[in-house]
Write a protein that binds this ligand. Sequence first.
Ligand SMILES: [Zn+2]
Length: 311
Amino acid sequence: MNKALYYSNHDFNRAGELRESSFDEPVSSCQEEQLVIPVWHNKFFFKKEGDGSFDKIPACVCQQSTQTCFLGLQDGKEIICVDVSGMELSAVVSKLGEVDVCELLEKGSDLPKKQASLLAFARGIVHWNRNHLFCSVCGSETTSIQRGHCRQCRNEDCSRLNFPRVDPAVTVLIEHQPKNGDPLILLNLRKVNEGYRCSLFSGFMEIGENFEDAAIREMKEEVDVDVKNLQYVNSQPWPFPASLMVGLTAVAETRYFKVDNHEITEAGWFSALEIQEMVHNKQLTLPPNTSITGFLIDAWLNKKLVCQAVG
Ligand SMILES: [Zn+2]
């Protein structure tokens, strides 16, 4: 189950030792030995059959970047991302040529995993910089250092160093194993048109919890289910904007559940056969296979995910 999910599986070297520098200089032009990823309000520019990065980029685009972040090294080239959100979209597009502009999630599995991982990193680090322009302690402006991986407070009496944070969240596949009959999983349902979209149950971790604690609390809050036998399966970076999703399985002893009517409005127990039939009849849409939720459901449907029985 250690299969690398979308947005992980980097094949580049983060080269943390190259981040050490004094205050970051704005990039005046992109150099030959750099691969540049422009980011505009969380969106990327894809050349026809492109991957969101550019070998050469006009200097005027780099000069108007409000933030530059060093991502790492690939094939001897530095990979950097430049935040061009301060420019008019039409101005960026006119410099880059024939491009599509879209969010990373919109690309889904059309993008090779390795590119998706790189762009996810770019999206997350640019978003963090844009949202930490002021010190969380004294409110003074911050300055980007360590090539986009740290922001230091400009107030000399404070000088706090702010580092990027990741917000972990758990997502749980809950199975019930009847004495007679096929195993069932509890799906979170959302009505769309003639059918439903489904997902699992998820929530952010709180301070002082481990993964299991958070899963037990969230399942109780959202569907009033007491879950047991929690098992870690896999995890996935989810920088939309700043999460890490941790996938677990759990078992419920009974079929009782009650939705909270707040975060969850409909849910239901389904066997693998029922899910497959509903998907076939277009009554149910599964989560995309680029998400850990989609991965967990798919693995369970294909009997690759075995939940430990209670008892
Ligand atoms: Zn400060």
